[in-house]
Design a protein around this ligand. Structure first.
Ligand code: KIV
Ligand code: ZN
Length: 523
């Protein structure tokens, strides 16, 4: 591999998924992992296997099904974590990676771990050695690396590389670093650890965005010798998030003249698709003005700019939007389109579905086709994603009637069905509320015997036109402090809201209440 090749380690499914309310189910994670495969990222960090049965299953399934990238599982320097990660990544064979981490900074050593430097060194080395029993590809992260004494960090790097680590990742765990300082730290490590110069081990960086510097710090690190960047799609992650993958990749590509030939192997045309998928699956929408993937990223409103673009695109556009996947619009489908056309479009959009699933999507497509003139690719993607995010339907919406107006007390009548073996239970109730959405959600609460507090609610038009599908994403707290995401789409926004809420209720009844058993706290 070229000395200037920068590996992209995507942690959307691990650090990204740690974002409150962003948790995804297995099918959602698989859909994201498949798209990361299409993007050709080098490593997918698929989860933290010891943390819950769900995380273990996700890492294992991704290791089994996704070909191409290395598949990594996270572990603390604790035998049971490493054993779980080893078992979870096993189906990936030689593409399995174990990522072990242990905090090294003074503040973490003294206040969190109560351990001295030599004890930390010993545990780090033991952890790496244990991981090497499972896989050849072992990454070690000294957590809070950017606040660790530089010379102790050199000692740690040398020891873990000697113990068998092939990548040492320097995390800026709390987003404390600034570019010049972080670049200097990476140069210091590069100069003092011979294996980083010979290429026997790779320096990686993992930057958080608390000061909005995650991408800048990552790029400074690349110039100083880092050859792996850890990042997430749309920059989602703990607190203010991680370095945004699309920004790192496009900065290296667009500013090749400055980054002297550094390259990554990504298929950048898959970026927008990945961004939209992650936004839908995680429930974390993308800000309109977000670089590269925001709706406005390539929208020029000023007349002077528009004029310049028409004369020569490069006057105001430093990247070609097509190179990141914008603007590939296909002819919309209509209610006259047949099953084969819908199946072909689903395949083109990258959705892997069996015949039964295509039939079910086709039925929903026909319903929507009757209500709106054109069914765009985004409409179809919303239908499929609604299908993927579906949890077992404890309660299904059968009937919804609302009465509302500026002189009326908003009232909703809801009928839900519950399947219990062969028996179908039908329950109906009504409620008043501040508005038709509030009334509908309250009626659902009365029937399902849940009490959710709406913490976040967003609605967006999936495609263009007054008849566009409205897609509602909401986050609900059912009283245990965990945020449960719900999604629903319909041409009627009250129905979309009721469906999204019901999706959250079902998710809670299937995972939440029974416990998405987090066995350990995440880092
Ligand atoms: O931010 C961090 O330090 C991490 C490590 C587990 C790499 O996420
Ligand atoms: Zn992190």
């Amino acid at each position: 591999m070229s000395k200037n090749r920068v590996l992209i380690f995507d942690t959307t499914l691990r650090d990204g998924e740690q974002c409150p309310g962003a948790s995804m189910n297995l099918r959602e994670k698989l859909a994201v992992a498949r798209q990361l495969g299409a993007l050709k990222v080098d490593v997918i960090e698929a989860g933290f296997p010891v943390i819950s049965d769900g995380d273990f299953a996700a890492v294992q399934s991704i290791a089994k099904q996704i070909k191409g990238p290395q598949i990594a599982g996270l572990a603390r320097c604790v035998p049971k974590d490493i054993d779980a990660a080893g078992a979870a990544v096993k189906p990936a064979g030689k593409r399995g990676r174990i990522h072990v981490f242990l905090a090294t900074s003074k503040i973490h050593r003294e206040h969190k771990l109560g351990k001295a430097q030599d004890e930390i060194l010993r545990l780090a080395v033991e952890g790496v050695k244990r991981a090497r029993k499972y896989v050849k590809d072992v990454e070690f992260s000294p957590e809070d690396g950017s606040r660790t004494e530089p010379d102790f960090l050199v000692e740690i790097c040398k020891s873990v590389v000697k113990a068998g680590a092939t990548t040492v990742n320097i995390p800026d765990t709390v987003g404390w670093a600034v570019p010049d300082e972080f670049g200097d730290l990476i140069s210091h490590l590069h100069e003092n650890v011979p294996e980083f110069q010979t290429g026997k081990a790779v320096i990686s960086v993992h930057c958080h965005n608390d000061l909005g510097l995650a991408v800048a710090n990552s790029l400074a690190a690349v110039r100083a010798g880092a050859r792996q960047v850890e990042c997430t799609v749309n920059g989602i992650g703990e607190r203010a998030g991680n370095a945004a993958m699309e920004e790192v990749v496009m900065a290296l590509k667009t500013r090749k003249n400055f980054y002297r030939g550094f390259s990554c192997g990504l298929d950048t045309k898959e970026i927008v698709k990945a961004s939209k998928l992650v936004a839908r699956m995680s429930g974390l929408g993308v800000q309109r003005s977000k670089a590269i993937v925001g709706e406005n990223a390539f929208a020029h409103s000023s007349g002077i700019h528009q004029d310049g673009i028409l004369k020569k695109r490069e006057t105001y556009e430093i990247m070609n939007p097509k190179h990141v996947g914008w603007g590939k619009t296909e002819l919309p489908l209509t209610k006259h389109s047949g099953r084969a056309a819908v199946a072909a479009r689903l395949k083109h959009l990258g959705f892997k579905m069996n015949a039964e699933e295509i039939n079910s999507i086709f039925a929903k497509f026909k319903e929507i086709g009757d209500k709106k003139k054109f069914v765009y690719d985004d409409d179809l993607a919303a239908l499929v994603e609604g299908h993927i995010t579906t949890v077992p339907e404890t309660w299904a919406l059968d009937y919804l009637n609302v009465s509302t107006g500026n002189q009326t007390v908003p009232t909703a009548t809801v009928r839900l069905t519950k399947k219990d073996g062969k028996k179908t239970q039908v329950e109906q109730d009504a409620s008043i509320g501040d508005g038709p959405v509030d009334a509908s959600l309250k009626a659902i609460d009365r029937i399902s015997k849940t009490k959710g507090t709406l913490m976040d609610y967003t609605i967006r038009a999936v495609s263009q036109g007054k008849d566009a599908l409205g897609e509602v994403t909401l986050k609900v707290d059912f009283g245990d402090g965990d945020l449960v995401v719900g999604k629903g789409a319909s041409t009627d926004i009250i129905e979309a809201s009721a469906r999204a809420y019901l999706n959250a209720v079902n998710r809670y009844l299937n995972n939440g209440r029974k416990g998405r058993k987090r066995r350990h706290r995440q880092p």
